[in-house]
Design a protein around this ligand. Structure first.
Ligand code: HEC
Length: 187
């Protein structure tokens, strides 16, 4: 009897650490995806800004951001996206897990945590399937203020209003949380 109990305890210990290792692996993979995704988005943004200024860059962002996400999803097998509590693109709307995550990021920031390294992950059920989910906070940098800041130029505002009549993603200052990268993988 006692032997069985010890065997069960040992086995659950081994399984537990296997799960932890799998989860560590997924976090490492997600962090790599963030780097790639952010790098490509920022590259496109900077190239478009340099070539045609912010108004042209808005059109580039509108067209390219979803393509970059789609392409990365195809290559990696992960679901790849961005979300926010104050949206520009309505398709980026957060689900319940993401809304809770974004709110907890705000609370963690208020408690003094550095948003540059802020992330969360969880293995959970999505539509009946075991899924690994990961989110990482996106800080608002100076570069972002042209299109997400408090003092937006009239021509930029006009271009934004045309494409996003319900735009909420303005009024940010440097160092605030603009939103989050959100990645998931069916296990
Ligand atoms: C040239 C204008 C421009 C600049 C500069 C800019 N963005 Fe955006 N941003 C956009 C547009 C346009 C969208 C909507 C893209 C789409 O339709 O998929 C967007 C969407 C987003 C989203 C997705 C969530 C949402 O609201 O739909 C995040 C997150 C985001 N931007 C963060 C940033 C960050 C961080 C920076 C600075 C590094 C930045 N942006 C700089 C124009 C800009």
């Amino acid at each position: 009897m006692k032997r069985n109990l010890i065997a069960v305890l040992l086995l659950s210990g081994i399984l537990g650490s296997a799960n932890a290792a799998e989860s560590d692996e997924n976090v490492t993979a997600a962090r790599k995806l963030v780097k790639g995704f952010f790098g490509e988005l920022k590259g496109e943004l900077q190239t478009a800004m340099k070539a045609g200024g912010p108004v042209a860059a808005i059109a580039a962002c509108n067209g390219k951001a979803p393509l970059i996400a789609h392409d990365l999803a195809q290559r990696s097998g992960w679901d790849v996206g961005r979300t926010s509590l104050k949206l520009r693109q309505p398709k980026n709307r957060p689900d319940a897990w993401e809304t809770a995550g974004l709110k907890s990021f705000e609370a963690r920031k208020a408690a003094g945590e550095n948003i540059k390294t802020m992330e969360q992950s969880e293995t959970t059920e999505v539509a009946g399937k075991k899924t690994f989910r990961y989110m990482k906070a996106i800080p608002t940098a100076k570069l972002c203020l042209t299109c997400h800041g408090t003092d937006i130029k009239p021509e930029v505002n006009e271009a934004l209003q045309k494409l996003y009549p319900e735009d909420q993603a303005v009024g940010y200052t440097e160092g605030e949380i603009r939103g989050a990268f959100t990645f998931s993988k069916t296990l």
